[in-house]
Design a protein around this ligand. Structure first.
Ligand SMILES: [Zn+2]
Length: 228
């Protein structure tokens, strides 16, 4: 495949991730996406052109604001690398657009969860609809999955053991990839989350679990695509 084409895809992916980061941060602050211009949260200086280039701005500025040298959150930088790579990998898949749509949706939900562990209900429903469209489930399978998800949400409403958004996300995954693959994804996500808690030595922290589920999904999905 043409290298130039892959570079363009990578830039498109990383720019989309950069935009999604801005959207999630500003929507949680109830700010406009367009105004004010991108600025440093600490010193409020507007970002110059060089500071707006995804990935490279973070590397050139060594992860710090050019003006006040405050550390920049790495989430956006990691997201830009992830979505850039995903756009490139998608080009080698039978249905590139499906991969990209799922990638963008999962990244948005992950960033949304990372902001304050509160995920937009509207976007979760939108993600579920996308999973129904791309998963082509049989009607009976779809109805059973929706009913079981609602039952789990009802049980969890009293116990509050895990986040409702995590249950809804898994329900959407069951529609997209089936029960067995979803169990594998949840298992990988739990192992990663456990390691995360072990590293931070804090078992009381409120963990955003959707990023783990999304990352586990891509690990198992890429394994299935390239190795199996
Ligand atoms: Zn600054």
């Amino acid at each position: 495949m043409n290298v130039f084409y892959l570079i363009i895809l990578f830039m498109l992916g990383s720019s989309s991730a950069s935009f999604l980061s801005v959207v999630t941060v500003r929507s949680h602050r109830s700010e406009s996406i367009i105004y004010p211009k991108s600025h440093c949260d600490n010193c409020k200086n507007y970002l110059e052109f060089i500071e707006l280039i995804p990935i490279f701005s973070y590397i050139f500025l060594k992860g710090k604001c050019k003006h006040c040298h405050e550390l920049i959150d790495r989430t956006s930088f990691i997201s830009e690398i992830f979505l850039g790579c995903l756009f490139v990998i998608a080009a080698f898949q039978p249905s590139p657009l499906d991969e990209i749509v799922i990638g963008i949706n999962m990244l948005y939900l992950s960033l949304d969860d990372l902001e304050d562990t509160q995920v937009s209900r509207c976007f979760l429903i939108f993600f579920s609809v996308i999973c129904i469209i791309l998963g082509h489930p049989r009607l009976l399978y779809l109805v059973i999955t929706i009913v079981l998800t609602l039952v789990l949400l009802l049980i969890n409403h009293q116990e509050k053991s895990i986040g409702n958004a995590d249950i809804e996300f898994c329900g959407a995954l069951v529609i997209l990839i089936g029960v067995n693959s979803t169990i594998i994804v949840v298992f990988i996500a739990c192992v990663m989350a456990l390691f995360y808690l072990l590293i931070h030595n804090n078992y009381q922290m409120k963990l955003a679990f959707i990023p783990f589920l999304a990352f586990a999904y891509w690990i198992s999905h890429l394994f299935h695509c390239f190795i199996k």
